[in-house]
Write a protein that binds this ligand. Structure first.
Ligand code: FMN
Length: 231
């Protein structure tokens, strides 16, 4: 009887281990150089709202998440975007065809939250902004306000919003440098998005950023030689 019980426990352990292992995805290492200068990425960035359905590669996804919250310093764990008091109260999630994943900066990996495609639920949560459902990758920046409030009190609201902007801009510029387009979306029902993403009670969603290949005649950005001169 005891032997049977031990056998059962071992089997359950093995199955649970396999399931847990399957839910963690190691991302490819990010690259630290590219073909486009930061100046050109700034020049070319435009909010675009039309995407081809082509899937992004894991390399592209890795690069975009690294740009938002990747660790760039080992001793203190500093990241790509500045953070008041190095509190790092922000979290990034991605929603795509094969499910919802949370980005874990430490180890540069993803943890799967769901295997359902919930992009249409995000469209409904965002007042029907249909382009969210077209994009092959939707990045959500969420955060824990209380972490910042505990240290900075009344300035927490301001600090958290500043930090979200840093993260989002890094993602937008990285998208451009990868030949992709994106748009920052702030108009949505917080509680509905939180439910769609299965966020813990401590986190609120702040930005929804669809990313993909631009489907349009031409990006709206003017070539440098056609920009109005300052004189
Ligand atoms: C805080 C914030 C919220 C925004 N929310 C939305 C949104 O919900 N939907 C949308 O299509 N664009 C949204 N945008 C994008 C703006 O419409 C866009 O940045 C603006 O038209 C300027 O164009 P550009 O980003 O191409 O320079 C938002 C931008 C910011 C900064």
């Amino acid at each position: 009887m005891f032997k049977k019980l031990v056998f059962l426990v071992v089997i359950i352990d093995l199955i649970a281990g396999t399931l847990l292992a399957a839910k963690t995805v190691k991302l490819p290492e990010p690259k630290f150089s590219g073909k486009m200068s930061v100046e050109e990425a700034i020049l070319r960035r435009r909010s675009e709202r039309s995407f081809y359905p082509n899937e992004l590669t894991m390399e592209q996804i890795s690069q975009l998440l690294w740009a938002g919250q990747g660790i760039t310093e080992r001793t203190w764990g500093f990241r790509t975007a500045p953070s008041s008091g190095s509190l790092y109260p922000l979290y990034m999630y991605i929603v795509k065809k094969d499910g919802i994943f949370k980005y874990v900066p430490d180890g540069h990996k993803l943890i799967q939250i769901s295997n359902e495609d919930r992009r249409q639920s995000l469209v409904r949560a965002s007042l029907g902004q249909g382009y969210i459902g077209e994009a092959p990758l939707v990045i959500i920046v969420a955060g824990n306000f209380r972490i910042v409030e505990a240290k900075y009190g009344q300035r927490a609201y301001r600090y958290l919003n500043m930090e979200i902007g840093h993260v989002a801009e890094n993602i937008h510029l990285q998208a451009v440098a990868l030949g992709l387009v994106s748009v920052p979306i702030g108009a949505f029902w917080d509680d509905v998005v939180a439910k769609v993403l299965e966020l813990p009670d401590t986190q609120d969603p702040f930005y929804i950023i669809p990313v993909g290949y631009f489907k349009g005649d031409q990006p709206q950005t003017q070539p440098a030689d056609q920009l109005p001169s300052s004189s």
